[in-house]
Design a protein around this ligand. Sequence first.
Ligand SMILES: Nc1nc2c(ncn2[C@@H]2O[C@H](COP(=O)(O)OP(=O)(O)OP(=O)(O)O)[C@@H](O)[C@H]2O)c(=O)[nH]1
Ligand SMILES: [Mg+2]
Length: 444
Amino acid sequence: MNVKKFTAATSRDALRKVREALGPDAVILSNRPVDGIVEILALANDDVASMASPSVESGMDAPRPSLQHLEPVHAAPALAPVAAAPAPQSYANRRAPQPEPAFDMAAMTAMMSAAIAQAKDSAASEMSGMMNEIRAMRGQMETQLAELSWGATQQREPQKAGVLRDLLAAGFSATLARYLVEKMPAGKDEADAMRWIKTVLQRNLTTMADEDEMLSKGGVFALVGPTGVGKTTTTAKLAARCVMRHGPEKLALITTDAYRIGGHEQLRIYGKILGVMVHSVKDEADLRIALKELRNKHTVLIDTVGVSQRDQMVTQQVAMLSETGADVKRLLCLNSTSTNETLNEVVRAYQGSGLAGCIMTKLDEAASIGNVLDVVIRQKLNLYYISTGQRVPEDLHLPDRAMLVDRAFRSSRAAAAEISDADLPLLMSGASRNMNKLNEVSFG
Ligand SMILES: Nc1nc2c(ncn2[C@@H]2O[C@H](COP(=O)(O)OP(=O)(O)OP(=O)(O)O)[C@@H](O)[C@H]2O)c(=O)[nH]1
Ligand SMILES: [Mg+2]
């Protein structure tokens, strides 16, 4: 008996090799992918016949695991030849009552089960390969359909393409840009279209109604966010605003920056200048005690230690601020110079059970601000303040929605010129998959 192994890049090639070597009646024992190629174990039809006979050939080219495990239960020296060359099934049927050579029967059964097991394996892996291919094809089709549909829009309504280019150049995400342009009523010229877009963006930008919401009402506010986004500086700016309105006694400052060398010093200096006590806490228990002691203060501002949004410490920090027994409102500092993707990641990481709002920082350093406005709009964050520089307290302002939206488009003219009409379908095609998240943007 001569089990032969055939390998090729594809099943088809491997089968061709089998046919060439063993003829069209070859019996395939197994067919499976191995290390990226296809491996087929096959027998010539004549060999199948000879399996029934005891004249087991000594030289098997291919591995024959089954045979090696298959010593007959009772040693069977009598491997009598079988005259006819029956198919395996008929051989099995003929087994009793004549004592048949146990070796061959066992070998045959084992070969068959090994072949079946391999066939099952390869069917499963082929199925999962097929599913992956179907998924990839679906993705490609979606992309191409989106490209086609954008190509058509561009020809039909060229002013939409212009608006789209401006939105992308301003830093808005392709998803939001596409959504807005698709919802835009037809028949507007480009200036009209832009006005409509700006109005919709403004309407969907939520800002603190007026400063009284924070300063008059008071409460406990924690500034959170990744490292270096301006939490301490913004805390000092807010503290100065509180002191100007209510005097230093009504305010307390807490820093959770207890373990970095000199971590709390920065805030302590601001506290000294303003005449406000700064409390330093190192853990949740500390914070609980401090907030209990300070419950009579009109406003408590907590400056937290910066944690990367990719660090699992964020979760601990969110938990620490949520379980103090007091109502701690978390304000997320968003660095306007970060990319849209990074800012989305930051919001996701810091969201916890809900943010009270956000503060845009480093607006003065940002070349475009559509990226940060996009995140605030899509994540429906309440924008409390904008920070436009390092000076305490001057560089903190209440957000002006019209000004912010105007500013987003003002600096983007040069960038818009760099996006060609031919690029638009491609840029938009990736946006199609996230569209369903946007159905709450209001246009009325
Ligand atoms: N240009 C500019 N710089 C800012 C602004 N806000 C803060 N900075 C500067 O950014 C740097 C970092 O500010 P911090 O307030 O220390 O930032 P932080 O978030 O407290 O940093 P960590 O505590 O290390 O996480 C400082 O040099 C600030 O002066 C801003 O709005 N514009
Ligand atoms: Mg700090």
